[in-house]
Design a protein around this ligand. Structure first.
Ligand code: IMP
Ligand code: MG
Length: 180
């Protein structure tokens, strides 16, 4: 059997559901940050689709920037060691940062990046994540401002930027993945 046949995908959120939610979040961000100097930071690679659609639907000017962390690797071996692989290039001092992530699970990735950006003295940081896994946070003090969808039961999620072993990022929908 070919490898692609072993992974079962089940749609969790359709492309239409995602776009509707993205538009809602984009509207709130545009209202909240109107007239301010804003730097929108994507956590690569997983947030690239969400980031583009969010910015396309926002009515304010933003400076685009990117950062990347070492990621999970294999599903059954989650790492607590997060390493910054790509740092932001912009000067965020006295500016308003929007940190845009694909999914918050234990919160370690966003927490690590937040602390790093805070040290650069921005005026504010707004944390936005497309997805959050319910009841998984170990970084209890983490303030998450906007979440697209809360996912129950800790499944593994792919699509719309999210990967399993670097696959499925190109899907327009979000799915759970399981091996059969
Ligand atoms: P955290 O640091 O535990 O919050 O994990 C968040 C990071 O792990 C995200 O940036 C993703 O790269 C990755 N991750 C966690 N859960 C999933 C998932 O279900 N699908 C794809 N990536 C995930
Ligand atoms: Mg990620």
């Amino acid at each position: 059997m070919k490898e692609k046949d072993k992974n079962q995908l089940q749609t969790l959120y359709t492309a239409e559901q995602i776009q509707t939610r993205v538009q809602e979040i984009a509207k709130v961000l545009s209202e909240d940050l109107a007239g301010k100097r804003v730097v929108a930071v994507a956590v690569m690679k997983g947030s690239f689709r969400f980031y583009c659609d969010l910015l396309l639907n926002m009515s304010i000017d933003v400076i685009c920037d990117f950062c990347a962390c070492s990621s999970y690797g294999l599903r059954d071996k989650p790492s607590t060691e997060i390493r910054l692989q790509l740092d932001i290039q912009s000067d965020v001092q006295d500016k308003h940062v929007i940190l845009i992530e694909d999914i918050i699970d234990r919160g370690i990735t966003v927490h690590t990046i937040l602390e790093h950006i805070k040290a650069r003295k921005p005026k504010s940081i707004t944390v936005v994540s497309l997805l959050q896994k319910q009841d998984q946070l170990i970084e209890k003090d983490l303030k998450i401002d906007h979440v697209g969808f809360i996912v129950k039961d800790d499944p593994f999620i792919v699509g719309y930027g999210l990967d399993y072993q670097e696959k499925y990022r190109q899907l327009s929908y979000i799915a759970t993945i399981s091996n059969s």
